[in-house]
Design a binder for this molecule. Sequence first.
Ligand SMILES: CCC[C@@H]1OC(=O)[C@@H](C)C[C@H](C)CCCCC(=O)CCC[C@@H](CC)/C=C/C=C(\COC)CC[C@@H](O)[C@@H](O)C[C@H](O)CNC1=O
Length: 157
Amino acid sequence: MFRFYGLSLLIIAIDQISKWLVTKYMEIGERIPVIDSFLLLTSHRNQGAAWGILQGQMLFFYIITVLIVGFLIYYMQTQGKNSRWSAVAIALLLAGAIGNFIDRLFRKEVVDFVDVYIGSYNYPIFNVADASLTIGVILFLIATFIEDKRQKETEQP
Ligand SMILES: CCC[C@@H]1OC(=O)[C@@H](C)C[C@H](C)CCCCC(=O)CCC[C@@H](CC)/C=C/C=C(\COC)CC[C@@H](O)[C@@H](O)C[C@H](O)CNC1=O
């Protein structure tokens, strides 16, 4: 079970190294095309949450993140034991929440750089921590759904 915390640490390391590289080697607003008109590296900062909501509400973000991390660790200790997928989902969510928390603590803003165009729609620029959170949410929903299904099957005679 502790190896899942290792997964979180690995993702946090990747997140922080990628953000460090962006802040060190790119100017804010600088764009580097990776896959033309689909994927670019754009150095961006966000003092809010997804889609830039709640700009500058750092105290709110600290409180919310501590609550989320507390809940996830509790959930890892209880649910994480009996379902590998839940443990992986929690590890991803933990990594994402902590990754952005480190930015909010030391930079007072979050470093974003993954700039994706889906057709003409420009998805909000995000980072490794956001991707980990989003994948973690999806996995968490799937794992919870499968868990419920399995429990119902065992209960029925
Ligand atoms: C991913 C959650 C956002 C992340 O939440 C966090 O840190 C958590 C741990 C703490 C928040 C204060 C609390 C959650 C607020 C809920 C929320 O926001 C609803 C989100 C839904 C979500 C489905 C799960 C959509 C996805 C969006 C985006 C990511 O797409 C991959 C766009 C990211 C860009 O706007 C980028 O500028 C954001 C910047 O990096 C700061 N990131 C955050 O605030």
